[in-house]
Design a protein around this ligand. Structure first.
Ligand code: SF4
Length: 429
């Protein structure tokens, strides 16, 4: 979380404006500090009423410019002085990063949600980036501390997200990864219903991204209608990341997941019928309080039968402050770990079989980087692989550069990864 600080000069009206700016920083996830020496963003709210106040404002700006040699990354100046002398100030003090109009609260909000956020978050390779569409979560899963830490669901408007997406495209992003704590619920706080389909359709209509990938779909809020609409969105990859956490009805109920085994199966089967090539990724938790051997075997059988393309298993972690922390029948940690290890071993075999079924097939691959190992030229990913989470495609032949999207013929497979050769030129849009 980034630190911000505010220096408020002048009258009480200015102080009220500073308080509004303060709330906007907080909503955008910034942390207030009254120590300007450790602030990464400093907003100076100036006064330009009389000559003395103007001088005081200018001196304050000049004094704080020096902090840019240290922690300070962005110096923003707003207030009456800016309203009166913006053009002259821009010429005279170029070290200021942004001159914000008097009371331009929307301007600050937009900036924090777009430009600054992007500068903060493009830590990925330049050809893919994450578009965080909301923060917080209303679900209150009984094992999870996130709603207490990050608060209730707070979605960013479609308008702001489209602007952010356009900037990302200008920076060379080809794969846009839409994420949030619960993407299925995106926009519910603003519109009373999920706006995910609308958002994805508008992102697709921009025609700026070859690939759009969706993460963290809560199954209870992912409807069949949404899945059907997804199937019509051209740039949306057939990749479904749906954390299920368990399949036993009692455990699901105690986890407060608001979905049953039957509803889960119906949804998953619908995805496979509607989008046969869909890569379905999920995560499960072993050792949740009350998980009996029978419950674990039910989960194991389900994993063996459904054959997820990608699967992660975590052993339950007893988080203080969550309802499940106080549940009586906590499972022994070693048992939870053993169950996790066994499920991962089962999945390894399934994954190996699924990966080998891709041999001789052609896949579109985004090139991430030159390969680290000598026997390969490049490393990339197909629709099956979210970065840092899933597998890699190792390329043995062909010419490409990072960020290119090429067609690759698969020649070999490992447990989670594939090997292939580039068989045509770049297919970038
Ligand atoms: S597990 Fe996910 S959906 Fe459940 S409360 Fe935590 S963040 Fe929300």
């Amino acid at each position: 979380m980034r630190n911000f600080s505010i220096i408020s000069l002048g009258c009480p009206k200015n102080l009220t404006d500073s308080e509004n700016f303060f709330s906007i920083f907080k909503q955008a996830g910034y942390n207030f500090t009254d120590n300007v020496n450790i602030a990464e963003i400093l907003l100076i709210n100036t006064c330009g009423f009389i000559r003395d106040a103007q001088e005081e404002s200018i001196n304050t700006i000049l004094e704080h410019i020096l902090l840019k040699n240290n922690k300070l990354k962005k110096l923003i100046v707003t207030g009456c002085l800016v309203k009166r002398f913006q053009e002259e100030l821009k010429q005279e003090i170029p070290e200021v990063d942004l001159w914000l109009d008097l009371k331009d609260f929307d301007g600050l909000q937009k900036l924090l949600n777009t430009h600054f956020k992007i500068e903060r978050e493009i830590l990925t390779l330049p050809h893919y980036a994450y578009l965080r569409v909301s923060d917080g979560c209303n679900n209150r899963c009984s094992y999870c501390a996130i709603p207490d830490i990050r608060g209730e669901l707070h979605s960013i408007s479609i308008e702001n997200l489209l602007e952010e997406a356009k900037i990302l495209a200008l920076k060379g992003v080809k794969e846009l990864i839409v994420n949030a704590q619960d993407t299925s619920n995106y926009g519910k706080d603003l519109h009373g219903k999920s706006m995910l389909v609308e958002l994805l359709t508008k992102l697709d209509n921009l025609k700026l991204f070859k690939w759009i990938r969706l993460l963290y779909l809560h199954p209870a809020h992912l409807t069949k209608e949404m899945v059907f609409e997804f199937s019509k969105i051209k740039s949306l990859l057939p990749y479904f990341d749906i954390p299920l956490q368990h399949i036993n009805d009692n455990i699901l109920k105690n986890m407060n997941r608001k979905i049953t085994k039957q509803e889960t199966l119906s949804l998953l089967n619908f995805i496979r019928e509607t989008i046969p090539q869909a890569a379905i990724r999920t995560t499960f938790i072993t050792g949740f309080p009350g998980e009996t051997k029978k419950d674990y075997i039910e989960l194991k059988n389900f994993i063996q039968e459904f054959r997820f393309t990608r699967l992660g298993v975590f052993s339950y972690s007893q988080e203080k402050g969550t309802p499940a922390y106080n549940f009586n029948n906590q499972v022994n940690k070693q048992t939870a770990q053993n169950r996790k290890d066994r499920l991962m071993a089962i999945q390894q075999k399934i994954s190996e079989e699924i990966m080998s079924s891709f041999i001789d097939q052609e896949l579109e691959v985004i090139i991430d980087r030159k390969a680290n190992e000598e026997s390969f030229l490049y490393e990339g990913r197909s629709y099956l692989d979210a970065p840092e989470i899933d597998g890699t495609i190792f390329i043995t032949h062909g010419n490409a550069k990072p960020g290119d999207i090429v067609t690759v013929q698969i020649t070999d497979s490992w447990e989670y990864d594939l090997v292939g050769k580039i068989i045509n030129n770049v297919t970038n849009t």
